[in-house]
Structure formats: C-alpha cells, structure tokens
Design a protein around this ligand. Structure first.
Ligand code: ADP
Ligand code: MG
Length: 328
C-alpha cells in the first residue's frame, strides 16, 4: 500500500471502488429501481430520505443520484454536509443558505435547468429543534434545491420531515454479494485471497461493506488476504495506530503523519476525541521528550475541538505543532 499521497480516493479501496453509477451499487435492488424511476424526470425529483445501517451504500447512492442528474459539473452543484460535524443548526443553516443563494457557475444553473442537491448525512444526530429548523429550510429552498437526508434510525427523524421526503430503507448486504464484491476488488488489485478469509470478513462485519473492504485492505497490506492476516487485521488496535501517527509527527514527518491520521479517522472511523485520548495515553507510554510542552499543545487542541473548530484542520495543525516540538 503506497501512502505517498494523502489522496484518499486512491489510498482507500473503499473510496477507489465506490460505485459511480446507480446500476453499479451492489444489492439494494428495489431501492435502486425506485430511485432510478424517480430521477428519470429531473424536475420531478423529490426530496429523499435514506435510512439504514452503516456501510451499505446510502452515501454512495446519494452521490450517484447527484452524478446522474447533474452530469459533468455535479460537484459544484452538490453540498455535502454532516450534521454531527457541523455543530449545530446555525452552521447548517448558514451553509445551506449560502449554497442555495449562490447562482452557480456563470448562470449554468438557469440555462440548463439544473437544481442543487444538498446531501445531509447523520440527520438523526440533530435535535428535534434543529430538525424543525431544517424542515423550514427544506420548504424554503425547494424551488432550487433538493435534499437527500441520510440517517441510521428513521425513528429519530421528526415526522414532518419524513412526510416531505420519499423514504428508502437500506438493508445490510447479503453474504454472497459482499463476498463477490470483495473478490472483484482482490482481482483488480492483484491480491491473493483465501475463500475462507472472505467468509470470515463477512462474519465479522455482517453486511457492512465499508468495514469489510477496510479489513480486507488491512490484511492485503500484510501480504495477502489469508485467514491469518484477516484475524490479525481485525485485532489491530486503534491505539497502536495512533502511536504511529504520533511518532511520525514527532519526528517531523508531517505528510506521512497526516496520511496515517486520515486513514484512521476516515477508514477506521476513529473520532477526533478518541484520537486525542489515545494520543495522550500513548505519548506518556512512549516517554516522549518535553512532556510539559506536549501537554500544553494537547490541551490547546483539545479545547479548540471542544469549542467546535473543524476537526480535520485542527488535528492536522496539531501534527504540525508536534513536529515543531521535535525541532526545538
Ligand atoms: N451497496 C454497495 N455497493 C457497493 N459498494 C458499497 C455498497 N455499500 C457500501 N459500499 C462500499 O462501502 C463504502 C461506504 O459506503 P457508503 O455508501 O458511504 O455507506 P453508508 O451506507 O454508511 O453511507 C463505499 O465507498 C463502497 O466502497
Ligand atoms: Mg454514509
């Protein structure tokens, strides 16, 4: 696995092999059929609400809808928000407002009759007050925007929002489909695999495709997707990985440290607060130089994160600070 670039799209197989067309989404057949029908007539696309467990294609499907409807320039007409990252409805409102008011590239929006799509992930993390405010935004922006809301638990979404959206319930992916998809990736990546190792991955992840691919990639990084490597990959402790990030940062290897950090947060899904917690524990066990200065830096970033600053930016800056510590 080359970690030269921080470009996650190439680093992570789960990103590299994320389907780009609705037809390529594995399983979820009824949903895909329903959505394909709904989006045939662009102007009639309704707001949509995707519910279901992690790693089964909700975000992927939302992105495919955007790509198929908006074509080449889809990215500029799509706003992707994560409700739990945005720290409150105020932030969401501002981002949505700015985006809906924005006229688009050289009026293209008007001439081509395009609308904008707002994909709001983890909508069920919003309080019901926040959801009420969201509902107003959905109504206000309906002329030029379509919302695709994503959640794990439909029951956590207030009824007035549910009733304004076409709801799709995503389910866990079946065994054969997951295994077949994993095989396809192994073949494309020219990686050796054992059948029983793939079955083992499915048993551990229960139809969460993202998690399956990530475990498989970690095993492949050890040489091949063998049963032994899969077992080892599943046991990799998050804390040990945080230790590696710290070591890289403290020896001034900022780019490598950041790539590993992104892998941890994006692939293994480690939260920024867990990262801070583990980094703190690891550092004292590693008996680092200048623990007092280290503590001061950690405290500062802990505070910034708690105050709601952007986690990826803050953690990257933290790594840069730690690098300076080494040079002092
Ligand atoms: N139905 C699916 N078909 C193909 N790949 C999938 C599917 N579901 C998940 N994946 C893989 O897992 C990754 C994460 O999927 P995503 O759509 O973000 O899941 P979520 O349901 O949590 O939004 C994708 O990038 C893709 O590689
Ligand atoms: Mg998602």
């Amino acid at each position: 696995m080359s970690a030269k670039k921080t470009d996650l799209a190439n680093l992570m197989w789960s990103e590299k092999y994320r389907p780009k067309k609705l037809a390529d989404v594995v399983d979820q057949k009824e949903i895909i059929k329903g959505i394909s029908n709904l989006v045939k007539n662009r102007q009639e696309m309704p707001h949509m609400l995707f519910a279901g467990p992690a790693g089964v294609g909700k975000t992927t499907t939302a992105l495919c809808v955007a790509m198929e409807l908006l074509g080449e320039n889809w990215k500029v007409h799509v706003l992707e928000l994560n409700a739990s990252d945005e720290r409150g409805i105020k932030m969401v409102r501002e981002r949505v407002k700015g985006f809906t008011e924005w006229r688009g590239v050289t009026g293209e929006q008007q001439t081509k009759n395009l609308f904008k799509i707002i994909i709001l992930d983890e909508a069920d993390e919003m309080t019901s007050d926040a959801q009420t405010a969201l509902r107003a935004m959905i109504e206000k922006g309906s002329e030029v925007t379509r919302f695709i809301l994503i959640c794990n638990y439909l029951s956590q979404i207030i009824e007035p929002i549910q009733s304004r959206c076409v709801v799709f319930r995503f389910t866990r992916l079946p065994r054969e489909d997951v295994i077949e998809h994993l095989k396809m990736i192994c073949e494309k990546e020219k990686v050796k695999f054992e059948e029983k190792a793939l079955a083992q991955i499915f048993d551990a992840t229960g139809g969460d495709m993202r998690h399956s691919i990530n475990i498989m990639q970690a095993a492949a990084g050890m040489g091949s997707v063998s049963s032994a490597n899969v077992t080892a990959a599943m046991g990799l402790s998050g804390r040990a990985k945080v230790g590696e990030v710290l070591k890289l940062a403290l020896s001034g290897k900022f780019n490598e440290a950041r790539a590993k950090l992104l892998e941890l947060t994006q692939v293994y899904g480690m939260s920024e607060t867990d990262f801070m917690k583990y980094a703190n524990q690891e550092a004292y066990e590693m008996a680092i130089n200048k623990p007092d200065e280290f503590a001061a830096i950690m405290a500062e970033y802990d505070y910034r994160l708690a105050a709601g600053a952007h986690p990826e930016i803050q953690l990257s800056a933290l790594l840069a600070q730690l690098g300076k510590l080494a040079k002092k």
